[in-house]
Design a protein around this ligand. Sequence first.
Ligand code: MGP
Length: 217
Amino acid sequence: MKQVVTGSVFEDQSACPFGPELQKYWDKRHEYFNRFDDGIQIDKEGLYSVTPEKIAQDIALRFRGAFVLDGFAGTGSNAIAFAQHAKRVVSVELDAERLQIAKHNAVVYGVSKRIDFIHGDIMNVMSSIDADAAFLDPPWGGPSYAQQDSFLLEHFNPHGNELLQASFNAIPAVALKVPRNFRTEELLGLDRRFSISKEEMDNKHVFSTVHFHPPQI
Ligand code: MGP
């Protein structure tokens, strides 16, 4: 069983419940979820992987009115933002416990009826969803990602190449969340036009989103 923490305004929650090594992430919990103290649930991997709410909103605005497939629900931050701006959201999560967390957090934000959650592997689910766009936030292997000189497609789980090829075959527009040290040169061999959006908070580069554009017909 995962350790799951629930945000509360009634207790002193200043010390990171997942240990001091994750304190820097815990200190940003209200930037991750503005409504953290209204009962948001989070687990350890969710804490260091979550997309901060303001950035999730910026990303979601780019998909306004679209049918979005959220490939890695995590604790639900992106799905919640898509639910506020997209036409339809399907959000997929492999880990059953984390899927429950995402569903719970969507209830806290009052958007649970606007998200179809699926327990499954995006690699299998993708081809059966007729979405306009996919947002992919696969695991990077945790906070140690930053110690590598450059982060490569092979460091994502699943392998970034396989994930992208499967997505390109199924969904017109694909967005991939990548770390600051991601080696973008690798993308030049993929035969897809793309643009890169540097996602910032308080003028600090947090991560980037690579937007692969639909193929030109
Ligand atoms: P960070 O670079 O690990 O830390 O995470 P931060 O807060 O920038 O601290 P600093 O000391 O480097 O300044 C930045 C953001 O990247 C997080 O808020 C997450 O959105 C994302 N992120 C970080 N990690 C470790 C992961 C990961 O393992 N998987 C995924 N999918 N996203 C991650």
